[in-house]
Write a protein that binds this ligand. Structure first.
Ligand code: FAD
Length: 403
């Protein structure tokens, strides 16, 4: 009988090879997942609330971090092993191929992590290792009650405290993973009220700082996925600025490429997992010819969108600014998410609508929560209407819309 392989040691020993050769990293990660004796526990875990899900996924991240696999694609001075966004894409693809859910914390990390590293490497070095190992996660505090699409009009204010730091006052809303986040990336006004996008700055604020109040928002599913965050005379030291004071818009633009492109790529890989599950359901329970045709159309659309998002991932890996092009990814992946969940609803209509959920069936509760959540796919990260305007104005050069 052969001695058990210490996979953590193997992953660490072959770091240089995995960084220089994504195919080798992918192959060995796939083998590791195939042999994983806790894969079923991870694959089949179901929850009826978001808090338990995040705690469970934090334990998954701790194990992945220890074995090294989720550290590829992240810089060495931020808890990673080096490599690029292409490593992270391969990581998401292998999870999807093994029908394993992406640990929830990755969704906010993919949005917030790259911009933090780019504009505040000292904060990334201090905190991103904890994020990668599931010991903490953050919320993105950009949107306000009257500033979602019109982000440049936001009113949350960070005033100079006369001592090198800032005093933050205002309200944010719709902060994903906000109810349990350890820290927030906050976009605030440091310029005059009329300064629009030129007068904004970004800060990292700890959730337990005096003056921060977090109120969870329950979605239609009942799950407390989002939060309102209030700041009352919250003191922020100067070194918590992410990027230049007054340079917040550059941070936002950089971050959006990840929120729409890289995040989108990961969503599309999980979409393939969901389609795989749905196909099995359709084979076992049967499906109408119309639903089979819908399945085929959605499958083709997902694969096409993934191919398009792969271009974005490669550009990000090459340190190119993707800019408005990532709005195409956002439009495509949001539609795919909605279409898949609508098909799940139609194929499993009896179960989804009249099945007995709550404490009896966490799987059903999760399927319903997913359907509800995907109603917002075309709103979060910038609404579909706004993405279409960006594409029209910046990519197609169409005449400006009359307002
Ligand atoms: C599930 C979910 C998660 C989210 N997570 C976060 C998060 O983590 N952090 C964060 O900061 N925010 C988050 N948001 C907020 C999200 O970014 C905003 O909801 C979004 O940008 C739209 O802003 P709004 O809600 O203020 O709607 P509004 O801007 O008021 O828009 C209302 C409607 O008007 C349309 N509209 C507005 N302006 C235009 C225009 N110029 N042209 C055409 N149509 C227009 C919109 O398309 C929309 O249909 C999240 C939202 C959801 C639903």
């Amino acid at each position: 009988m052969s001695a058990p392989v210490d996979s953590a040691a193997v992953a660490c020993l072959r770091r240089d090879e995995y960084v220089s050769q994504v195919a080798t990293y992918r192959h060995e990660f796939r083998t590791w997942l195939r042999e994983l004796d806790w894969a079923d526990e991870w694959r089949t875990a179901a929850f009826d609330n978001v808090e338990d899900e995040l705690v469970f996924h934090s334990t998954i991240l701790a194990r992945l971090y220890e074995a090294g696999w989720n550290r590829y694609g992240w810089p060495e001075d931020a808890g990673g092993f080096g490599g690029t966004e292409v490593h992270r894409a391969a990581y998401f693809e292998e999870l999807a191929a093994a029908m394993l859910p992406v640990p929830e914390q990755h969704w906010t990390l993919e949005v917030i992590g790259p911009a933090t590293y780019r504009y505040a490497p000292h904060l990334a070095a201090e905190y991103l290792p904890n994020y990668l190992r599931g010991a903490e996660w953050w919320g993105q505090c950009f949107s306000e009650p009257e500033s979602g699409s019109d982000l440049a009009g936001l009113r949350c204010r960070a005033a100079d405290d006369g001592d090198g730091g800032f005093v933050l006052n205002g309200q944010k809303i719709w902060t994903s993973q906000g109810p349990t986040a350890t820290r927030f990336m906050v976009l605030a006004r440091t310029g005059t009220p009329e300064s629009r996008h030129r007068g904004l700055s970004t800060f990292l604020v700890d959730a337990d700082t005096p003056g921060v109040t977090v109120r969870p928002i329950a979605l239609a599913s009942g799950r407390r996925e989002l939060a309102e965050v209030f700041f009352d005379d919250v003191r922020i030291p100067r070194e918590r600025a992410i990027g230049d004071v007054g340079g917040g818009w550059a941070v936002v633009m950089y971050l959006m490429q990840y929120e729409r492109g890289m995040y989108g790529y990961a969503v599309l890989t999980t979409a393939l997992t969901e389609l795989g599950r749905l196909r099995a359901e359709m084979v076992v329970h049967g499906a109408s010819p119309a639903n089979r045709e819908r399945f085929a159309q959605i499958y083709v659309a997902v694969v096409a969108a993934q191919a398009r998002a792969a271009k974005t991932v490669r550009a990000l890996a090459a340190n190119q600014m993707v800019g408005p092009e990532s709005s195409i990814d956002k439009l495509l992946f949001a539609k795919a998410e909605k279409d898949i969940n609508d098909l799940v609803l139609d194929v499993r209509r009896g179960w989804m609508l009249t099945g007995v959920g709550a404490d009896g069936d966490k799987e059903l509760d999760t399927a319903r929560a997913k359907w509800w959540y995907t109603r917002a796919a075309t709103i979060m990260g910038g609404s579909a209407e706004v993405q279409r305007s960006i594409i029209a104005d910046h990519l197609l050069g169409l005449p400006k819309e009359k307002r």
